[in-house]
Write a protein that binds this ligand. Structure first.
Ligand code: PLP
Length: 428
């Protein structure tokens, strides 16, 4: 099982058999309130009939279409739909099957783009400490979680990491963007000096780092990264696998922060989690560079792709999910309920073991003091207890991460906080 304590699971299985709305059903028939949208992906809530019907209808009409050298209408429709939703000239899409594949695709496009326009010296890919960009080799290389790389030996050699932005001495218990830390983006300037001009190909960051515990960018930080990238001809990639599709109360984090990156990686909420799918959005100029530099008009412009790129069933699921987001105004709904969410999660301040709470949109991280000699054990205990008591949370290290479906009601937020309060009070 992926990212799972397999031996422990065998002895203590946790099995989900159904889901609807805000709730899962366990194999013992009990319901569990979903405080993490499954795994940050079921943004419109579970069991959406329109998505299930769209998948079924698509399976009956066109089950599979070869992804290479042929197309099908739903893929183009979805690309157009996403291009219209994304800001600026982020108007071309490449489909993948996961967040990890989206990241690999974006990194490859970045390197190839510079080659194609005659700046082959731009080889360095820059990530950030505590960044998570999935589990494939490129994403791991620019990822900032040492434990994920520990057993693997050298990964991509030409990479570097910016410092992460979370410093509890300055920004513990911040509501929204911390005031302190915008200057940390200047580390990119220092990197340019260190490595030399025209050596850095791209910088990839999660606008809000999700998997390492909801690290919210300091005020001005992302805007400053954009400026530095512009000055030095570096591509800026936002990994919006988590923040995409309403998590921050806007369609994308780039809308929320008013920053247009050169590429955006997407997955998860794209299909409401109902079918595996990812996408990379690129600015028109990047797309055009590939078109203009490929030689003869039958040459393949980008030697990259997956058998299931733009799979018809995933496209059907994604289009149906986008209809729901639009028709129910779910991104605006997330923005509307975000202040209530903020005050609710910050009400946990002062409970035993709580060292920090941070939030943005419908995301929150609650950082606990680790047990002596047993890092991550306290949060995992709470995860297990919560599962028993009827609440699904996610933990990473000693941080509880929350990201409920955007349909969450106030009384469900209250229930989440009630349960967490009682679990924190009982925690060892
Ligand atoms: C920011 C980010 N990028 C990439 C990924 C990897 O996505 P996947 O698990 O679909 O490969 C994740 C998954 O959580 C993520 O949060």
């Amino acid at each position: 099982m992926p990212f799972t304590a397999n031996r422990y699971f065998k002895d203590h299985p946790r099995v989900l058999v159904a889901a609807e709305g805000m709730y899962y059903t366990r194999d013992d028939g009990e319901r569990i309130l979903d405080a993490v949208s499954g795994l940050w992906c079921v943004n419109a809530g579970h069991g959406r009939a329109a998505i299930a019907e769209a998948i079924a209808a698509q399976a009956k009409t066109l089950d599979y279409s070869p992804a290479f050298q042929a197309g099908h209408p739903r893929a183009f429709e979805l690309a157009e739909r996403l291009a219209a939703m994304l800001p600026g000239d982020l108007d071309h899409l490449f489909f993948t099957n996961s967040g990890s594949e989206s990241v690999e695709t974006a990194l490859k496009i970045a390197l190839a783009y510079h080659q194609r326009r005659g700046e082959a010296s731009r080889r360095i890919l820059v990530g950030r400490e505590r960044g998570y960009h999935g589990v494939n080799f490129g994403g791991l290389s620019v990822g900032g979680i040492p434990g994920h790389k520990a057993d693997l030996g050298p990964l991509l050699p030409e990479m570097d990491l910016l410092p992460h932005t979370h410093d509890p001495d300055h920004n513990a218990f911040s509501k929204g963007e911390p005031e302190w830390g915008g200057h940390l983006a200047d580390a990119l300037e220092e990197m340019v000096t260190k490595h030399g001009s025209q050596t850095i190909a791209a910088v990839i960051v999660e606008p809000v780092a999700g998997s390492t515990g909801v690290l919210v960018p300091p005020q001005g930080y992302l805007q400053r990264l954009r400026e530095i990238c512009d000055i030095h001809g570096i591509l800026l990639i936002f990994d919006e696998v988590i923040t995409g599709f309403g998590r921050l109360g806007a369609a994308f984090a780039c809308d929320h922060f008013g920053v247009v990156p050169d590429m955006v990686t997407l997955a998860k909420g794209l299909t409401n989690g109902a079918a595996p799918m990812g996408a990379v959005a690129v600015r028109g100029g990047i797309y055009q560079t590939f078109m203009d530099s490929a030689g003869s008009d039958t040459a393949i412009e980008l030697a990259h792709g997956y058998t299931y790129s733009g799979h018809p069933l995933s496209c059907a699921a994604a289009l149906a999910a986008q209809d729901i987001y639009r028709d129910e105004g779910l991104f605006a709904r997330a923005a509307e309920i975000a202040p209530y969410w903020e005050q609710a999660v910050h009400s946990l301040k002062g409970l035993p073991h709580v060292m920090d709470i941070r939030n943005m949109g419908l995301m929150a991280g609650i950082e606990l003091e680790p047990m002596a000699d047993r890092p991550a054990a306290r949060a995992f205990e709470i995860y297990l207890r919560a599962f028993e008591e009827g609440l699904l949370i996610r933990t990473t290290g000693d941080i509880i991460a929350l990201s409920p479906p955007l349909i969450v009601e106030r009384q469900e937020i209250d229930r989440m906080m009630e349960l967490l309060t009682s679990l924190l009070k009982q925690a060892a």
